[in-house]
Design a protein around this ligand. Structure first.
Ligand SMILES: Cc1cc2nc3c(=O)[nH]c(=O)nc-3n(C[C@H](O)[C@H](O)[C@H](O)COP(=O)(O)OP(=O)(O)OC[C@H]3O[C@@H](n4cnc5c(N)ncnc54)[C@H](O)[C@@H]3O)c2cc1C
Ligand SMILES: NC(=O)c1ccc[n+]([C@@H]2O[C@H](COP(=O)([O-])OP(=O)(O)OC[C@H]3O[C@@H](n4cnc5c(N)ncnc54)[C@H](O)[C@@H]3O)[C@@H](O)[C@H]2O)c1
Length: 497
């Protein structure tokens, strides 16, 4: 590896570029799915491409399989930097944390020196938005390191409180057994980030079953994660993804014990000493308080729980901070780097993809951004195409995957497919719902406007995803079918394919 000389004055951020500061045609920051996909997809084979990864590992996607035109499964691996470099000979992979961007001179300063770019793609992901982040009894899940900390603490835990109602909380609550879980959610029903109340009721019964009785079907076929002990890297690693929870099989007791506290938030946390000093009346209403716990949680409904620790699964914030210093990036409402339909940020020659960016183009009616693995991959690949097209003056079109939102995952033991405006997003409550549900088997919901399908939730093995995807994309008028559309005796799959 070349060593680059550099000079850098932290006080003024003036960078003196030495003659041998290396120029790369493309630089990509971030070794998560967005960054790695971007590097792999750069078809400019003669070009110098540099990928900077803050950690010793990068995330690579393998065995991509399309379920439909827009739905895909894939395996994810944590690979060493050398493996990526050997797979992509035109990509130099350097472990380095970027701490300053000089967009005027197109230079980045990193822990491994200065690098100059023609085109830069920022794929720095997102950081968990943790409630009470400084409290040592509040944990989160994002990367391998955070899961390691969680595993260590859960091994001896009797009760934990999980806060949040999205992907991580839903998966964690389902995966844990042999420990009492208090699940504190802001909404009326579980997993409200992804599904409606009806689907939530369908899934919830899974929590009452014993873990051992269920077949463990993985969300994807494989997720290889490196849990080697001893490594202690403070840099935030890439987000975990499919099947990150498979390593949580640590309790022999397979009983789930989940209490759902709905429509609440955390009001306060108390250390044992602070709790002892509380002399309010409501503290003794809760028998669980007779035991001594490392931390106590007061909910907004007045209930107080002692527990071993709390998991904050309360969403993410795009990792932009380092890049904002002296750079006037336009940001999206959610704090991401705003990108246009060419994945360009508001600063020329700088692109962004994955969790760090906010889609700022006029998005297709049936598509919206969700910070998901699949979208990180799609955006990374498309950003690569856009950077290449810009330098080679080629015309390209927006990828088809941005036409319709599509996500396949697994919640509470069921395959879950979300298509288009599956929860009536963007429709201002002006839509009808067609529903078919069979207990413990399937839940099918179609969102309809004027007889045309706008979105769908498919839970279980319905085999309807391809048909429904076509119906949403084609906007075929289905008024004449009315409710028969979901009649189990009508084989709509054959009819519409
Ligand atoms: C527990 C968990 C489960 C999930 N499950 C699913 C799922 O089932 N399906 C799904 O679709 N999505 C899932 N997601 C979401 C998905 O993992 C993310 O949306 C996706 O991985 C984001 O990829 P990314 O490349 O944009 O960011 P990241 O994976 O966060 O990668 C960003 C990279 O940038 C590096 N970096 C940051 N700052 C710097 C810097 N200054 N200099 C150098 N490098 C830097 C980081 O170290 C990191 O390697 C899950 C997320 C989590 C946390
Ligand atoms: N199977 C999947 O597709 C899957 C699984 C895990 C994670 N992910 C993705 O990983 C990322 C992180 O997951 P996540 O579950 O942390 O985020 P999320 O955005 O899915 O859910 C965040 C949840 O936290 C709640 N919340 C926010 N602030 C709160 C507060 N102060 N008090 C109480 N609740 C609060 C929100 O209401 C929401 O329910 C997301 O982008 C998510 O989509 C996806």
């Amino acid at each position: 590896m070349n060593k680059y000389k550099y000079s850098y004055f932290v006080s003024t951020h003036d960078i003196i570029v030495m003659e041998d500061t290396k120029l790369f045609k493309y630089i990509i920051i971030g070794g998560g799915i967005a960054g790695v996909t971007c590097a792999e997809q750069l078809i400019d084979e003669d070009s110098s491409i540099l990928l900077l990864s803050a950690t010793d590992f990068v995330k690579t996607v393998t065995n991509v399989q399309f379920v439909t035109k827009t739905l895909e499964y894939f395996d994810v691996q944590e690979s060493s930097l050398n493996i990526l470099a050997s797979r992509c000979p035109n990509v130099t992979v350097v472990k380095s944390y970027v701490n300053y961007l000089d967009s005027k001179n197109k230079i980045i300063n990193s822990t491994n020196g200065l690098f100059k770019y023609e085109k830069l793609c920022i794929c720095s992901g997102a950081t968990p938005k943790v409630i009470f982040p400084k409290n040592p009894n509040v944990l989160w899940i994002r990367d391998t390191e955070s899961v390691r900390k969680f595993r260590k603490r859960i091994a001896n835990a009797k009760r934990i409180v999980i806060v949040g109602n999205g992907g991580i909380a839903t998966e964690l609550v389902y995966e844990l057994s042999g420990v009492e879980v208090i699940w504190a959610i802001k909404d009326k029903t579980i997993n409200a980030v992804f599904i409606d109340g009806g689907a939530a009721a369908f899934l919830k019964s899974s929590l009452e079953k014993e873990k051992a009785n269920e077949e463990h079907i993985s969300k994807r076929r494989k997720y290889t994660v490196n849990f080697s002990e001893g490594e202690n890297n403070d840099a935030l690693g890439g987000a975990l993804g499919p099947d990150w929870h498979l390593g949580l099989e640590i309790k022999s007791d397979k009983h789930r014990k989940v209490t759902i506290e709905s429509q609440v938030q955390i009001k306060a946390l108390y250390s044992p000493e602070e709790f002892e000093n509380r002399k309010t009346d409501n503290t003794d209403q809760n028998i669980t308080l007779k035991e001594k716990w490392p931390i106590y949680v007061e909910l907004t409904n007045g209930n107080i729980y002692g527990c071993d620790f709390i998991v904050s699964a309360t969403g993410v914030i795009p990792n932009t901070e380092v890049f904002l210093k002296d750079n006037n990036f336009e940001l999206g409402k959610d704090g991401g780097l705003l990108v246009n339909d060419r994945m360009e940020t508001s600063i020329s020659n700088i692109y962004a993809a994955g969790d760090v960016c906010s889609a700022g183009w006029n998005v297709a009616h049936h598509w919206f951004q969700y910070r998901l693995w699949t979208q990180a991959r799609q955006m990374g690949a498309y950003a690569a195409k856009c950077m290449w097209a810009s330098l080679s003056h080629e015309e390209i079109y927006m990828d088809f995957c941005f036409e319709m939102f599509a996500h396949v995952t697994k919640f509470m033991g069921y395959k879950v497919i979300l298509l288009g405006l599956f929860n009536g997003q963007k429709l201002n409550k002006k839509y009808e719902i067609l529903l078919r549900t069979t207990k413990d088997k399937e839940y099918i919901k179609c969102v309809m406007v004027d007889g045309k399908m706008q979105g769908a939730i498919l839970i279980g093995e319905t085999d309807l995803e391809e048909t429904f995807e076509n119906l949403i994309l084609n906007q075929m008028d289905l008024s004449s079918y009315g409710e028969d559309l979901l009649d189990p005796s009508v084989d709509i799959e054959d009819y519409f394919d």
